[in-house]
Each structure stands twice: as structure tokens, then as C-alpha cells.
Design a binder for this molecule. Structure first.
Ligand SMILES: [Zn+2]
Length: 496
């Protein structure tokens, strides 16, 4: 363990990792086609680094590093319309938060003359500049020569090059010392400590940093225990980098990867709820190139039917509906909760169900992967209605013709419908839309679909998911449920 990540030797080691990656690996070379609109230029003034903001329009493309970090509150030094011309002359390095100072030191010791940091390279009080730069965020990290990840720092003020506490400092009673001959033959100590899993790093809690990390071709991570290097060559050791756009991998591989990314991203915090989709936009853009598919409110069009069957994590925390409009109820982005995507093979989808079309209004037409104004989905499918007792979590048939098996249907609300629960003992009327019938892979047959509510205009909203498991040896066969759904002709529905 290196307890001095900011020492000359440690920084020289970082620089040597970068050199050998550029020289010896087949990792993508630094971009020579794209650069952010503004970068921080690091120059030397009597031996010490000097900083200024540099617009890049009309200049040649130069290698730059990008910083990935937690703000952890507002920052005292930001670029604004008022100070931008001053920042173009010089930025006082000593006034910057420690994390930014450390990033300058790392870029400088790696021989990189330009650094991108959001607080200084985006004009923070200019809404147009901000929207444009946020839309470009994916490019910023994908084209950086190296991404410097301040993963051990909870806030910008904390810094990441300060000394690390030696491992085991907080558990001295568990340390075990053994005498050890060092290289110079003098007697030293070898210290045995119990294996402790690496704690979750502050940076892993933030939604934006997932794409910053995944899009990076090379990443220098300053963690609480160690400094790590990752690039395509060493991807298997780390979270990994996204696959290159080669079009050779089957769609299923990308789909599973997309599911994993959505699941990870949904468990992270976004600064503003509105950024839930925007903070994934850079990754979505990359996938758009891989899949050659339309993107519909966080879901790829070719897997729209099966990806409607996502479920909210059923933990101790009840998912809450965002205060502002984020996404239509059928999109995983509609709720603030950890999401589990449902890996359903397409052949299991019920033939009575199909997507008719979709109608999506973007917040900004220039950002096809960003924030939404509305999104409606037209579907055809078999619909049945039931009563549901939310207090006892019981399904009750709403007609005498319904089979007894209906009472075994389980409904899982996404959480955001809870505020509209009827009072004690009251029943909710739910419309169940059949989407999937799974008859293989498991001994029991599973009927699965969406639990919807209908508004006064006849439009439907997703409230959750329903499932019916048949006992393979009992009399409660899935055919009863299947026939019940198919006793009505498939209907055309509009889900918002
Ligand atoms: Zn490499």
C-alpha cells in the first residue's frame, strides 16, 4: 500500500503507467479529432504550475486530462459570465479546492498540458452554455487522454493526494508482526492484516461518475487504499471500459451490458432528478452506435416489449415519485429506486402483446438521450381487471367468471402509486396487461405483465408489475390464467 499518493515517486509511477499504455498497449491513442470548448492550460512560471482558462475554437487538438470527482456541495471558485475573461488571463491555483489542485499536479506530472474540470470549463451561470456542455459530457470523457478519478474524496475541498492511513490503523488488535529481512539485509517488520473488502468509494455513489468512468479509455483512480490504473489492456481487473464500436458482438451481449449499466446507474444519486437520463446520455450515444437502434425513454426500441418488465428494488426504502416529470410511468427512469431489469427471451413474449408505436417529446431536440417532456406508448394486449387490497397485498377477482387462480396473482407496486392508496380496507381497481408467458427454464410456468391504472381520459399508467406462478404438480395451472386473459380480445391501450 502506498501511503503517500502525492509523493514524487508515486506521481512518477502514474506517469510511467501512462507512458507504457501509450507505447506498449493497443489501447486507443489520445484523440486527435475532438477537444472540449474550453480547457485549463497548465504552464510553468518559475518552476511552479500556472493555470488559465483557454477556449479551444480554432486551435489545434491537444491531449487533455479530465477530472471525475464529487462536488459535495457548492464550490467557491467557478467560471461565470462575470469572471470568464479574468479566468482566461489567470486562475489563482492556491484558491482552488484541494481536489482541483491535486488534479493539476497529476496532469502536470504526467506531462499533460490541458485539464478539463466542469466547475471551471463550463460557464456555470449561462444556461445555454451549460446545456450544450452537458450534452457533450460523454465526448469530454471519451476523448480524454486520461481520466483522473478522485474516488477517495467526498468533497472537492478534500483532495486526493494527501497521505493515506496505513491499513489496519483502525484495528491494531488484529495486526500480526513478523520479522523480515529487507533488501539491504537489515531487519524489518512484515505486518499481516486480515483481509478487509475495499469499502464503497464516495465517487461510486454519484450517477454522473458512472459514465465518466465507463467512457474513459484510461483511468487513474485515487482510491482510499490504493492508486489504480485501468485501460482496455487491464479492463478485466476493474469495472472495465465499454466495448469498442466494432459491431461484431451479438445484440444480446450489448443488451445484457445495457441492463447492468441501468441497474448500476439507478442505484446512484443524481444531483438533480432531471439528470437521471442525461447522466447516462454519453453511454447511450455509444450504445446507439453499437446497436443501431432508436432510444425510447431509456429503453432500446428493439427490446421495448421485454424491457417494460423492469422491477423496482423491493428494499426497506419505499421508492418515491420524483417531484418533477422525469419519464413516462412505463420507463425505469420514472422512479427514484434501484431497478432490476428483466432478462426475458423474446420467444417467451406472449403473442397477444405487441407495441403499436410511441410518441416522445424531448426537453431539447438536440439531446436525443437527455431529459423528456412526455412519452406515451401505444400497445395491443390482453387486459383483465382485478381488485387489489394494498394493505393485505391480496388480489381479488372482480367478476364471478374469473378463475380461482386469480387470487394467486402477486402484484408488486413500483412505490409511487402508494400515495393514492384508498383508506383502511379500501380496494384498488387494477388493470392487468399480459406481456410474457414463460413456459421453459423453470418447472413452474410464469405469467407476467404490467399492473396499470386508468385515468379519466382513458389513458393508462404503470403502477407496477404482476406475476402468477403455477404449481407444476397442483391443479392451479397457468392455462386457467392464460385462458382468462385471452377470453377478451386484445385491446389498444395508450400508456403514459
Ligand atoms: Zn493501456
Amino acid at each position: 500500500m502506498n501511503t503517500e499518493p502525492g509523493s514524487k515517486d508515486a506521481l512518477e509511477l502514474c506517469a510511467s503507467w501512462l507512458r507504457s499504455c501509450k507505447k506498449e498497449h493497443s489501447c486507443p491513442q489520445p484523440s486527435n479529432v475532438w477537444m472540449p470548448a474550453r480547457v485549463l492550460a497548465i504552464s510553468r512560471d518559475n518552476g511552479s504550475p500556472r493555470l488559465s482558462l483557454r477556449p479551444t475554437a480554432g486551435c489545434s487538438i491537444e491531449p487533455y486530462a479530465a477530472l471525475s470527482y464529487c462536488w459535495g456541495g457548492s464550490q467557491q471558485v467557478q467560471t461565470t459570465t462575470e469572471n470568464i475573461s479574468q479566468h482566461e488571463l489567470a486562475i489563482d491555483l492556491s484558491r482552488l479546492p484541494k481536489t482541483l489542485q491535486d488534479a493539476v499536479a497529476v496532469a502536470d506530472s504526467c506531462g499533460i498540458k490541458y485539464l478539463w474540470v466542469d466547475a471551471l470549463c463550463i460557464t456555470q451561470d449561462d444556461a445555454v452554455d451549460k446545456a450544450m456542455e452537458i450534452a457533450n459530457m460523454g465526448h469530454v470523457y471519451a476523448n480524454a487522454t486520461v481520466v483522473i478519478s478522485a474516488s477517495r474524496a467526498k468533497t472537492a475541498a478534500e483532495g486526493f493526494l494527501g497521505p493515506r492511513a496505513p491499513m489496519g490503523t483502525d484495528t491494531p488488535q488484529l495486526l500480526f508482526r513478523l520479522p523480515f529481512h529487507t533488501k539491504g539485509r537489515s531487519l524489518g517488520d512484515m505486518i499481516l492484516i486480515p483481509h478487509v473488502p475495499t469499502p464503497k468509494e464516495p465517487i461510486d455513489e454519484r450517477a454522473w461518475t458512472l459514465q465518466e468512468r465507463l467512457l474513459a479509455n484510461r483511468c487513474l483512480e485515487f482510491g482510499p487504499v490504493q492508486t489504480r490504473w485501468s485501460c482496455s489492456y487491464y479492463a478485466s481487473r476493474t469495472l472495465g471500459t465499454l466495448p469498442p464500436v466494432d459491431g461484431n458482438s451479438p445484440h444480446q451481449v450489448y443488451r445484457r451490458l445495457w441492463h447492468r449499466i441501468v441497474e448500476m446507474q439507478s442505484r446512484r444519486l443524481v444531483g438533480s432528478e432531471k439528470d437521471r437520463l442525461g447522466s447516462l446520455a454519453g453511454i447511450a450515444l455509444r450504445f446507439g452506435g453499437l446497436l443501431n437502434e432508436d432510444y425510447v425513454c431509456g429503453i432500446w426500441k428493439h427490446s421495448l416489449s421485454s424491457d417494460l418488465l423492469w422491477s423496482a428494488e423491493r428494499g426497506t426504502v419505499v421508492a418515491v415519485k420524483p417531484i418533477m416529470y422525469i419519464a413516462p410511468s412505463w420507463s425505469w427512469a420514472a422512479i427514484n429506486a434501484g431497478i432490476n431489469m428483466h432478462p426475458v427471451p423474446a420467444e417467451d413474449l406472449d403473442h397477444g402483446f405487441r407495441i403499436g408505436g410511441h410518441d416522445v417529446v424531448l426537453e431539447d431536440r438536440q439531446s436525443p438521450f437527455g431529459a423528456l417532456r412526455s412519452g406515451s406508448l401505444q400497445v395491443y394486449g390482453c387486459l383483465q381487471s382485478v381488485f387489489w387490497n394494498p394493505h393485505e397485498e391480496k388480489t381479488i377477482p372482480s367478476s364471478e367468471f374469473a378463475p380461482a387462480a386469480v387470487s394467486r396473482i402477486r402484484v408488486y407496486l413500483d412505490g409511487h402509486g402508494i400515495e393514492s392508496f384508498p383508506g383502511d380496507g379500501g380496494l384498488m381497481r387494477l388493470s392487468l396487461l399480459l406481456v410474457e408467458v414463460q413456459t421453459r427454464y423453470t418447472p413452474e410456468k410464469i405469467v407476467r405483465g404490467l399492473a396499470l391504472s386508468q385515468d379519466g381520459d382513458g389513458r393508462y399508467s404503470r403502477l407496477g408489475l404482476f406475476e402468477h406462478y403455477s404449481d407444476p404438480y397442483g391443479s392451479d395451472h397457468y392455462e386457467d390464467i392464460f385462458r382468462w386473459f385471452h377470453s377478451e380480445k386484445p385491446q389498444k391501450l395508450n400508456i403514459i
